[in-house]
Structure formats: C-alpha cells, structure tokens
Design a protein around this ligand. Structure first.
Ligand SMILES: C[S@@+](CC[C@H](N)C(=O)[O-])C[C@H]1O[C@@H](n2cnc3c(N)ncnc32)[C@H](O)[C@@H]1O
Length: 487
C-alpha cells in the first residue's frame, strides 16, 4: 500500500490567483509573510520540482536569508527542522492528509500538498501549538497559493488538528497483525519495499526493525575525522573553541560535533587536517588498512574514491606505513574533490580519473584495494531525507552489474595474497552479500573475517562480513566484506 505513496505527480501546477477580496464580508487583510515558512516551502518545492537534494538546496537559501538580515540562527534551525521533518515523515503525513481530503492525493496540486505537509509536520511533529501551526500555514498558503486555496488548506489542517500523532497513527496505520510491513511503513514513514529490504538484511523481530526505522528518522550527528598524520582527534577537539565536541564512539580519529553548526567553517576542516566523515566510513577505511597481509604492502588503491573521505584516511594511514595510495574516480569533477581531500597528505599519493571496470593500471599491481561501489545509499537515509521517496526497487538492477564488475576488477588489480575491501553505503542484500557471493563463487578468493578489525564495536553478527547499523552503532549502515585473492 505505501510502496509508491499515492502522491505527487511531481512537476506541478502554478500557484493559484488570490480570490477577489471584494466578495468577502470581512475587510481584506494582506497575508503575513513569514520568512521561515516561505523559505521552507521554497526548499520543498525545489526538492519536489527539480529533484534537488534538501542538504544542498537548504544551505544557500539559509545563507541568502541571513544575508538579508531579519533571519537569525533560531529561524534557520526552525526552517531546517520544517524541511527535514516534512520530508522524513512524508509517508506518515501523506496517509493522514489522504484521510482528510476527498480526492486521491495525486489529484492535489503539489504546491498545495507541500503547504499541507509543512502544516501537518508543525501540528504532529513539533511543539508548535495547534492554533499557531494552522494560522501560520494558512498565512503561508495565502502568500504562495492565493486566498482561494488557503481556505482548502485551512479546512484540511483543522481536520488534522483534531488528533495528535499517536491518535492519527491508530487511525491510518493498518494493524501490525494484518500486514506488518505496511504497518511499519506508515508508522515510521518509509516506503514498504525499503522496510522489507531493511528487515531482510537486519533479520530478527519487530523491535529491531522499529529501532532501525526510527533511527533513520533521527537527525544524525555531524562527525569529523582527523586526517591521520595531520591531526589527532584530541587536537581537533581542542580546536573547536565555542563548538562543543565529543570523541567518537569507535574510531580513534572521530570527533562528534554536539551542535550541527557549520563544520566547513572550522579551521581544521578548512586546512584539510580534518574532514566531515561518518564514523562508519572511518571504520571501513581503518579495517581495510588493518587487514592481515603477508609480503609486500606498499601499494594501495581506492578504486571508487570520490569525493575522497575514505581516500584521505587511507592516504594518511598508508603514509605512516611507507605505502602510497592511488585514488581513482570515474567522474572528473569528483576526482577533483578527491585531489582536494588529499592535498597536503604527508606521504605519496596520486589521483587519476579512470573507469575502475577498465583500469589503466597493470593487473596485480596493488597489495590493498578498497572498492566502495556506487549503490542505492539506503544506508544513509538519515542524511538524505528525500532519498527514500526517490529510490525505486528497479534501481538495484541498474547497480548490480556495475557492482560485480567493480569487485571483479578490484580482485584483478590486487596481487595474489592481497586484500580487497568491498564496501557499500547500503545494507540491501542485493548490493552486499549477493554481490560478494557471486564473485566469491569464481573460486579465486578467500573471505576474511572482518569483525576483529572493528575492535570494541558490538553487535557485528555472524560475519565474516560486517554490517553497521544506525540504531546499533550510531553510524550510517555501511557494509564491508574483505576478500583475499588466492589465485
Ligand atoms: C560510494 S561513492 C565512493 C565514496 C568514497 N569512497 C568516499 O568515501 O568518499 C562511489 C564513487 O564511485 C564512482 N564511480 C562510479 N562508477 C565508477 C567506475 N566505473 N569507476 C570508478 N569510479 C566509479 C562514483 O562517481 C562515486 O564517486
């Protein structure tokens, strides 16, 4: 039922005209322009209409609003919460809104639906009092949709305001006993196919999958990685000044920022001595670097390096051990980002623009190889609130041949006895174990137990591969399998 939310023919209609104010008995009053809600609406329209990413579209809008004055940090925090919350909880809010309108959601004009979603989030997902949430949304509707459609918005939001979130969920979520996946999809605002895929990968009962789906709806912490050889986590912590930070949970290089702030503005980040990087990604790079290896260990390859977070960590670790890193990336502009991330690395490295499936280097050239392949990104839903609604199950078929080709190419690139790390930022079994099992069947690899290379990280399952989880580890759902080439 909730697979394709019955919503949003995306490209939309135009804002309606204001109704004539001569007809109203009341004297005409100009709508009140609330810059926070107007900005949130603009961001949602960009996500809906232009397939923009909220995390890219929002910062410039916020900067422009602040530059105009009259928009402070609290306004920015509220606008961010309204945009991210509306996108994350869209599946739940769609079910609620559908119950309050007398036509299918796909027949509601998308800008109207965006105003309703923003209103629903204020009513059901924030502490804003109901009357304020309704009146602010109606004023927004008057500004961006016109008076006629503002009446419709008013009527729908008044219906929504009758119950709180719990009350609505009891009404609109199908009973768990009838259809567990549909129930969880509505309760936790994920498409049903993603609930199903995550559950297949996670295993276990109801409690675990519920915790995972809720963790996907939490705002993730911003984590920094001290670049090995250029800074330590202690130095990064000391440099934070006003910003508060905590050491990482698992990675000795991690620093968790307590307030989101603007990490790009921190001195350490501007100087390239630290970078923004989820702790799960740090652990994957550290595990590959620590995998046991006999014989030569001087040539390392990152075969899918852009934008360069793991490459920066690997390059620093390689430098300490007298090894060099080749960082390859197919997209030239992303290879540029890798070059920027690696600039100033204390040891030898090279960045090349290259297709990892048709590599320009000789077979067997490397001792350690990381293949962090392109994937659906279902492991990073916390960071990209719109991604869950954009992804389709068919996307998996698009990635499958490339993922296998890149893993095979990684194994051809490593010497016999060398180690390949196959990584994804998706826990979907079609992108993780299915790929590794297919390639392992060729009979030229040994699977290594990756778990001991994640020291002190709990709940790593039965191995030999490692799947991290937001609700268990506070990281993105990164996956790592380690394969040694045997023939
Ligand atoms: C998951 S991202 C890698 C993230 C990176 N390891 C990091 O930590 O910053 C996958 C990257 O592979 C690149 N890519 C896609 N197809 C490729 C190919 N055939 N050869 C090399 N790189 C490829 C994409 O452009 C993308 O930058």
């Amino acid at each position: 039922m909730n697979d394709q939310p019955d919503r949003r023919p995306r490209k939309s209609g135009k804002p309606g005209k204001s109704s004539s104010h001569g007809k109203s008995a009341k004297p005409y009053r100009r709508p009140q322009k609330d810059p926070v809600r107007i900005l949130a609406f603009e961001a949602l329209r960009a996500v809906d209409e232009r397939d923009a990413y909220a995390n890219l579209v929002l910062p410039p809008l916020l900067r422009a609003a602040r530059a105009k004055g009259d928009f402070d940090a609290r306004d920015a925090a509220l606008a961010t919460e309204l945009v991210y919350g509306s996108l994350r909880r869209q599946g739940t809010y769609d079910a609620v809104i559908a119950d309050c309108v007398d036509r299918p959601l796909r027949e509601v004009d998308p800008p109207v639906l965006d105003v309703l979603t923003l209103g629903a989030h204020q009513l059901l997902g924030t502490r804003i009092p109901s009357h304020a949430a309704v009146s602010a949304s109606v004023e927004l509707a008057r500004v961006v949709l016109g008076d006629g459609r503002a009446k419709f918005v008013n009527a729908v939001l008044r219906k929504i305001a009758r119950y709180d979130l719990g009350g609505w969920l009891e009404r609109v979520a199908p009973p768990y006993e009838d259809d567990p996946e549909d129930h969880l999809a509505v309760m936790h605002s994920h498409p049903r196919w993603i609930v199903s895929a995550l559950w297949d990968s996670l295993g276990g009962g109801r409690a675990g999958i519920e915790d995972l789906l809720e963790a996907d709806n939490d705002r993730p912490e911003v984590t920094l990685a001290a670049r090995p050889g250029r800074a330590t986590a202690e130095e990064v912590l000391d440099s934070l000044g006003e910003e508060q930070g905590l050491p990482g949970r698992w990675s000795p290089y991690a620093v968790r920022l307590s307030e989101g702030g603007e990490p790009g503005a921190l001195d350490m980040v501007r100087e390239g001595r630290a970078g923004v990087q989820d702790e799960g990604s740090q652990l994957v790079a550290l595990a590959l670097a620590a995998a046991p290896l006999e014989g030569r260990d001087t040539r390392w390859l990152d075969g899918c390096a852009g934008p360069g977070g793991k490459a920066a960590m690997l390059a620093g670790l390689a430098a300490r051990r007298g090894a060099s890193l080749l960082a390859a990336e197919k997209q030239p502009h992303r290879a540029g980002l890798v070059a920027k991330a690696l600039a100033g690395n204390p040891g030898p490295y090279q960045v090349v623009t290259a297709d990892g499936t048709r590599p320009p280097w000789a077979p067997g050239s490397f001792d350690r190889v990381l293949m962090d392949v392109p994937c659906t990104g279902l492991g990073a839903l916390r960071r990209r609130p719109e991604a869950r609604w954009r992804r389709r199950p068919e996307d998996l078929e698009g990635f499958a041949p490339l993922q296998r080709a890149l893993l095979r190419s990684a194994l051809a690139s490593v010497r016999i006895g060398g180690v390949v790390g196959y990584a994804t930022c998706s826990p979907h079994l079609a992108e993780t174990r299915a790929v590794v099992d297919d390639v392992h069947k060729d009979g030229t690899t040994e699977l290594l137990d990756a778990r001991p290379l994640f020291p002190s990280v709990p709940s790593l399952g039965e191995g030999p591969d490692v799947q991290l989880w937001p609700h268990l580890h506070g990281t993105d759902a990164m996956y790592l399998a380690l394969l040694r080439r045997t023939a």
